[in-house]
Design a protein around this ligand. Structure first.
Ligand SMILES: Nc1ncnc2c1ncn2[C@@H]1O[C@H](COP(=O)(O)OP(=O)(O)OP(=O)(O)O)[C@@H](O)[C@H]1O
Ligand SMILES: [Mg+2]
Length: 486
């Protein structure tokens, strides 16, 4: 019966359309510049929120992103969706990447504009309620596809406050972001694009990516994470910028690494134009964030004032940040081993917060063991570091820094030489293939095989450290701010 009814309805619509009693409006997903049409997304939100969505013959069911128990209805593409506004009936249909709105010709003057305003208002209210940030990642270029960005809910737990950097620096970044948000008129009076660019620089594992997540949350901006390896040329990069939306954060990580590549597809001038946001007014209301490990090694034009407005330094750990880590990860403010740790820091040894954090997480059941492991790791670091504070790289094996020895509390670990790492522990040889990076909580010592699991994490740390090759070991330990006036 449903099928027959559906068929008859379709026939009737066909007859109506023959007599031109209705007007049709198309709302495509992309405009002629391949930018996403915001109205399209608002219509999706609006229609899916209507109670009548459940009365349609065919509806797609999805579980919610935030709450898997929450079921959302999403209309199916090939059927008419009726809605009533100011006593008039209108119909929506989704035709691949385009919505079609159908209403009676004689009613269009009366209701069209107020109906669309109503749709936008409801969609904005839904958006405000959900307040869900999204992370966009650029996909490979596919000729048959219009949009290049793939999105997913952005749920990184980091905030600016959880970043372990100098608190003055954090406050400066926060107030800079706040004043940026309020400065639209100011920028326009100066004839400048309303955007702000940040350079986060420092060795690997010092918290740059986590800080970006914190900044995005602070602004409530979506994040567009540009994967330069998937970009085919300067114009492709421009197109990607055009396809970003207002109130978003555009991130390019490891810019120095990309610029140093010989076979890169995007030219330096392409990157500079991208950074300047001059492609069109689409660069408006954007925050751009670039990360590098060593800003002294990149072309000075990239970081000149105006192109980068705010420089944030992420240093390796010093004794003060070590104590902060010990407090947050192990819950200790003082310990009898602290003076020994301080002494080693004074000799110039240092590790990244990620490295020290991983050791502490792995040994969180025993602060003493955690501190001893940190001491061992620092001691290894100081022997691998030259007098001038730069790594000697003498201990490099296949491009990796020499692995720290005796990192286990039992002191039984020896001979980290080859890849994959062969780890001797408790008389058995283990082969570690998984980096285990950042997930050390999963490898804690509950089952009594802590050393081996700890080493698994350590392999992640080693991978991190291998990326630090060629970076300066800035041991002054101070979070440096170099801020350009807005
Ligand atoms: N300063 C810091 N504050 C808080 N957490 C930190 C800090 N540094 C490192 N971490 C922790 O260490 C891990 C790695 O940090 P993150 O990925 O942000 O470093 P990164 O500087 O981006 O490294 P890379 O240059 O290798 O990408 C994360 O789990 C993060 O929580
Ligand atoms: Mg990172």
């Amino acid at each position: 019966r449903t099928s027959v009814g559906y068929f008859l309805q379709n026939r009737w619509r066909f007859i109506e359309e023959c007599f031109h009693t209705h007007q049709f409006y198309k709302i495509p997903k992309f405009n002629q510049h391949m930018q996403e049409n915001q109205l399209f997304h608002k219509i999706v939100k609006y229609l899916n929120s209507l109670p009548s969505a459940g009365d349609l013959d065919f509806v797609n069911l999805f579980s919610g992103n935030n709450n898997p128990n929450e079921i959302t209805l999403v209309i199916n593409g090939d059927q008419m969706f009726p809605d009533v506004f100011l006593g008039s009936r209108v119909y929506w249909k989704l035709d691949s990447d385009c919505f079609v709105l159908k209403m009676r010709r004689k009613e269009k003057r009366r209701i069209l504009s107020s109906y669309l305003q109503h749709v936008c208002k409801i969609a904005d209210e839904i958006e405000q309620k959900s307040n869900e940030l999204r992370l966009y990642i650029n996909a490979e270029k596919q000729p048959e596809k219009n949009g290049r960005w793939i999105s997913t809910p952005f749920k990184h737990p980091a905030t600016i406050d959880t970043a372990m950097i100098d608190s003055d620096l954090k406050n400066k970044v926060k107030s800079d972001l706040e004043s940026f948000l309020k400065s639209k008129q100011y920028y326009h009076r100066l004839g400048r694009v309303w955007k702000r660019s940040y350079l986060l620089y420092g060795p690997s594992g010092t918290g740059k990516s986590s800080f970006i997540a914190g900044m995005a949350k602070f602004l409530s901006y979506d994040v567009y994470d540009v994967d330069m390896s998937k970009i085919t040329g300067d114009s492709d990069l421009k197109l990607l910028l055009l396809q970003t939306t207002c109130k978003s954060m555009i991130v390019i990580e490891d810019l120095d690494r990309y610029l140093a590549e010989k076979s890169k597809c995007v030219s330096l001038s392409g990157i500079l134009n991208f950074m300047d946001g001059i492609i069109c007014c689409c660069g408006e209301e954007r925050v751009m964030v670039f990360t590098v490990s060593n800003k002294d090694q990149i072309d000075p034009t990239v970081v000149r004032p105006g192109r980068i407005d705010f420089h944030v330094h992420f240093p390796l750990c010093d004794f003060t940040s070590f104590k902060t880590l010990a407090n947050s990860h192990l819950g200790i403010k003082e310990h009898k081993l602290f003076p020994q740790v301080e002494e080693i820091f004074q000799t110039g040894a240092s590790l990244s917060p990620a490295e020290i954090g991983e050791i502490m997480i792995s040994n969180r059941g025993s602060p003493t063991r955690a501190l001893k492991t940190v001491i061992n790791a620092l001691q290894t670091n100081v022997t691998n570091t030259g007098k001038n504070g730069k790594p000697t790289h003498e201990g490099l094996v296949s491009g990796l820094p020499r692995a720290p020895r005796n990192l286990s509390h039992s002191g039984s670990i020896d001979g980290l030489v080859d890849l994959p790492l062969k780890l001797m522990h408790s008389g058995s040889t283990r082969t570690v293939e998984d980096s285990g990076d950042h997930n050390s909580g999963l490898f804690s010592m509950e089952n009594g095989h802590n050393g081996g699991k700890e080493l698994k994490n350590l392999y992640g740390l080693l991978k991190n450290r291998s990326r630090r090759r060629g970076e300066s070991f800035d041991l002054d330990g101070e979070g440096k701010v170099d801020q350009r006036p807005m």
